[in-house]
Design a protein around this ligand. Structure first.
Ligand code: SF4
Ligand code: SF4
Length: 252
């Protein structure tokens, strides 16, 4: 006989949970990366990163230094000022203004990348949780730099993650007749996954990290968390508690 109180009912409850049939899978979000790496920076770590990663990844450099860029044979090096950097693993878009562009040259240029190693003094993505595929290391963060060099080659291939949320537009209080009402989910999202198009909120599932904060603050229930679904969580709780009670567990 066990000398720990309620051990048998607890074990029985865990067994009941494990015996449940698998739930219907939730929708998923896909990423596809073929290894096009953008390295942004202005110090010797740029050369170090190209040397370390150039054989496995297709690296390109955006040089932000005031000094001339290093000579990197076989690696494309761009110069200028960054206008914007957006996206996520497999779909980053860089827009920049080329320096020294001649008459008739385009004012801005654009290029696509699968991942970004940002070595600037300040990160291009300022949100608390930047998108997947983006790694940042300041000059005084050698551990972060080493970790990024180890991690980037692993970011090639096809990846999936659950679509964590569901948004029901019909009961969302964001906007009526283009008058903005509630914007609680936009304000709280730490990944900037939620935005407004004026009439409704849009959630980019690729940027969502699944924290659940938007569902917690939503006053109307329009935003809900679905991983696991509420109904599935209910089934799990009923199985746990029912088995615990049937095996005479002490619930006080
Ligand atoms: S669960 Fe909601 S708040 Fe959290 S990252 Fe996703 S969209 Fe943003
Ligand atoms: S918090 Fe809820 S009601 Fe408010 S804008 Fe977001 S989804 Fe709509």
């Amino acid at each position: 006989m066990s000398d720990r109180p309620n051990q048998q009912p607890k074990l029985a409850a865990m067994a009941a949970l494990a015996a449940l049939a698998p739930f219907e899978p939730v929708a998923s979000v896909a990423y596809q990366s073929v290894g096009r790496l953008l390295i942004i920076g202005s110090d010797e770590r740029v050369t170090e990163a190209v040397t370390a990663l150039g054989n496995n990844l297709s690296a390109a450099v955006f040089w932000t230094g005031k000094t001339p860029p290093p000579v990197l044979t076989g690696t494309e090096v761009r110069l200028g000022s960054i206008v914007s950097l957006n996206g996520f693993l497999g779909a980053f878009e860089l827009l920049w203004r080329p320096s020294g562009a001649g008459v008739g040259a385009p004012a801005t240029e654009a290029a696509s990348f699968d991942m970004v190693l940002d070595l600037q003094a300040a990160p291009a993505f300022q949100m608390p949780q930047p998108p997947q595929g983006y790694l940042y290391a300041a000059i005084d963060q050698p551990d972060a730099f080493a970790a990024a060099l180890a991690e980037l080659p692993e970011m090639v291939g096809e990846f999936e993650k659950p679509k964590f949320f569901a948004h029901k537009e019909s009961i969302c209080a964001h906007s009526r007749s283009r008058k903005t009402g509630c914007s609680k989910c936009i304000d709280i999202c730490s990944t900037k996954a939620i935005s407004s198009n004026g009439d409704t909120v849009i959630v980019d599932p690729h940027l969502c990290m699944g924290c659940g904060a938007c569902a917690t603050v939503c006053p109307s229930g329009a935003m809900s968390y679905q991983y696991p679904r509420v109904a599935d969580r209910g089934v799990q709780l009923r199985a746990l508690l029912g088995s615990y009670r049937d095996h005479r567990g002490d619930h006080r």
